[in-house]
Each structure stands twice: as structure tokens, then as C-alpha cells.
Design a binder for this molecule. Structure first.
Ligand SMILES: C[S@@+](CC[C@H](N)C(=O)[O-])C[C@H]1O[C@@H](n2cnc3c(N)ncnc32)[C@H](O)[C@@H]1O
Length: 309
């Protein structure tokens, strides 16, 4: 994606410059109170945080506004969804919040606002030099993409200082394969917006073992079903973690956050785009267990269902 493409990026409605952009902006703004109400309803948040309706609306507004101000490749609604999960865990639950892939720091600023409320550290991993060289065999990697989406650490820090709580953040510069093996803190939630399969693999390999029991993994590349398939791959989870796959909520079209996107791939603009996110939780399961022919073989039958539903 070039800068011009990003301006038209349907994932960030405020960057669409056309009548669709106008409708999109109006829709986004008019439905902001409803989005904040439904996503941050009190029963979803832990009582530790005691956020008033005004405080929630203010948080939602700041997220919306930050995503307009900072050149951001994800939707403020996606940031709001992560806010719900961070604020659903009691303050005493251990764990930092991790962001892998921050680009110019729009989502970082918004996550830092939530981390300030939750009293958590936000660790931000990025090369701050853009995408790495394409790894062999990675179908999503572009050999011409090296260095694309680069934003300097100073620029990101400045965006977060202006729009969030930079004191909550620790920035770690370098390619994931070099930096993530040194990660040691328990993780309450991680946001992986890393484009390439090889980068996702680095993140999962190094960070999944640090995820707390009910910790969350959010990903941005949810419109790519092959990418999402990592979270359903029995081979992957058996091979690297001797476990079954955790599944992914929102694979293909994103969690429902007030858009009308049916997929596949990118939307058309206005409200007809994903503007969402997908996630899993460490204790979830995405395992298919029903193999009627195997049951039949064990029982000596033909596998046809005997009882209609
Ligand atoms: C799509 S951008 C992130 C957008 C950002 N989350 C937002 O909401 O605006 C992808 C980022 O991932 C980083 N990245 C991807 N693979 C990486 C790797 N292997 N090591 C370090 N950084 C990587 C790039 O530098 C880039 O900043």
C-alpha cells in the first residue's frame, strides 16, 4: 500500500476522500455513542474501573479523533474492542499489553489511553524501519515491500505523547525475530498488526507462551482467511505448542462492530467495509471433533446419522 492507497484505505473511513468518505464519516460519528454504549456496557467491564457514561464517551471520542488525526491503518472501533477486553480483566490480573506493528502510532496512542485507565504497561515492538525483507515461502510477503510502512520511533513517540499517555509505553526497536525472544513479561492482551505470515509466526512463537490464562490475541489481517487459518491449524498448534488450536472470532470479516461488510477481501467504502478486528483468547478452542466415518468404523456401521435433528 502506498501513502495514497492508505488515504483511500477503506479500513480507515476517515481517509476516504469522496462522497463515500462523507457518508462514512457521518455514519462513523453518528453511531459513535451507540458503539461506545454497546461495546463498553458496564456489565462487560470489571467493576474495578468504575467508568462513568461520560468517561466512556470521552474515551470513545478520543479514540475516534486520534484515528483521524494520526495516519492509522486500523479503525478506532477495533481499538474500542480491545479496550473492552483490557477493561474486562480485574486490575489485579497480571499482564502487560503488547502491540506488535505500530506504524505511526495511532493505535498505540489509543491503547495507551486504555492502559492508563487499567494501570498496565504497553510494550510496543516494531522495526520502526517498516516491513522486513520477504521471507521465502510467505505468500503474503511482497519482495518489493521491504521498508514499506516505515515510521521513525521519534515520530511514533511524538504522536503518542500528543494524543495518549506516552509514560505508559515502552518502545522496543528491531525486527521481531531479534527482539521478541527476549520478551519476559506476562501478557494480558496483544495486538498483532504485522501484515506478513512470517511476522505473525514470529509473534505467536515468542509471545503466546507469555499470554496469561485468559489473555487475548487480536489481529488486524482478519480479511485473509489463509492468515486466519493459523488459529485453526491443528498441525501448527500440535507442532509448536503440543496443543489444539484456539480458533479466531471474526475470521474473514471481523468481529461485528457496526459495519456492513460481508467479505471477501476489502470493502467498498462508506459503512460497507470491515473497520473491525479479530481475536482469540488463550482458553478458547477451534477444534473440529466430529468424524462420523471414524465413529462408524469403531462401531461397525456406515456412518449415516440414525437420529434426525
Ligand atoms: C500495517 S502496519 C501497523 C499499523 C498500525 N497498527 C496502525 O494501526 O496504524 C505494520 C507494521 O508492522 C511492522 N512490522 C511488520 N513485520 C515486522 C517485523 N518482522 N519486525 C518488526 N516490525 C515489523 C512494520 O514496521 C509496520 O510498522
Amino acid at each position: 500500500m502506498g501513502e495514497e492507497d492508505l488515504r483511500r484505505n477503506p479500513f480507515n473511513p476517515s481517509k476516504i476522500h469522496s462522497w463515500r468518505g462523507f457518508i462514512s464519516d457521518a455514519y462513523d460519528l453518528l453511531t459513535l455513542p451507540a458503539a461506545v454504549y454497546f461495546v463498553l456496557r458496564s456489565e462487560r467491564l470489571h467493576p474495578d474501573y468504575q467508568l462513568s457514561a461520560f468517561a466512556k464517551l470521552r474515551l470513545g471520542w478520543r479514540m475516534y479523533w486520534n484515528a483521524r488525526k494520526v495516519f492509522t491503518a486500523t479503525s478506532w472501533r477495533a481499538h474500542l474492542a480491545m479496550a473492552q477486553k483490557i477493561l474486562s480483566a480485574p486490575r489485579a490480573t497480571p499482564g502487560v499489553v503488547v502491540e506488535c506493528g505500530c506504524f505511526r502510532g495511532g493505535a498505540t496512542a489509543n491503547l495507551s489511553l486504555v492502559c492508563e485507565i487499567a494501570g498496565r504497561e504497553l510494550i510496543v515492538y516494531d522495526s520502526f524501519e517498516g516491513l522486513p525483507p520477504a521471507a521465502e515461502g510467505d505468500p503474503l510477503a511482497n519482495p518489493a515491500g521491504e521498508g514499506f510502512l516505515a515510521a521513525a520511533l521519534e515520530q511514533v513517540r511524538d504522536h503518542v505523547a500528543r494524543n495518549g499517555h506516552v509514560a505508559r509505553c515502552r518502545f522496543v526497536k528491531g525486527f521481531f525475530s531479534d527482539t521478541l525472544p527476549s520478551h519476559s513479561e506476562p501478557i494480558a492482551l496483544m495486538f498483532l498488526d504485522v501484515d506478513y505470515m512470517a511476522s505473525l509466526h514470529d509473534c505467536i512463537q515468542n509471545l503466546w507462551p507469555h499470554l496469561v490464562e485468559k489473555g487475548y490475541v487480536f489481529i488486524d489481517e482478519y480479511v485473509y482467511t489463509d492468515y486466519c487459518a493459523l488459529f485453526y491449524s491443528e498441525k501448527y498448534w500440535r507442532k509448536y505448542f503440543d496443543a489444539t488450536p484456539p480458533g479466531l472470532i471474526g475470521a474473514g470479516s471481523g468481529a461485528p462492530l457496526g459495519a456492513y461488510y460481508l467479505g471477501p477481501f476489502a470493502g467498498l467504502g462508506a459503512a460497507d467495509n470491515p473497520r473491525s478486528i479479530a481475536y482469540t483468547r488463550k482458553d478458547l478452542s477451534g477444534l473440529w471433533t466430529y468424524y462420523p466415518d471414524e465413529i462408524a468404523a469403531e462401531q461397525g456401521g456406515d456412518g449415516a446419522p440414525t437420529t434426525p435433528l
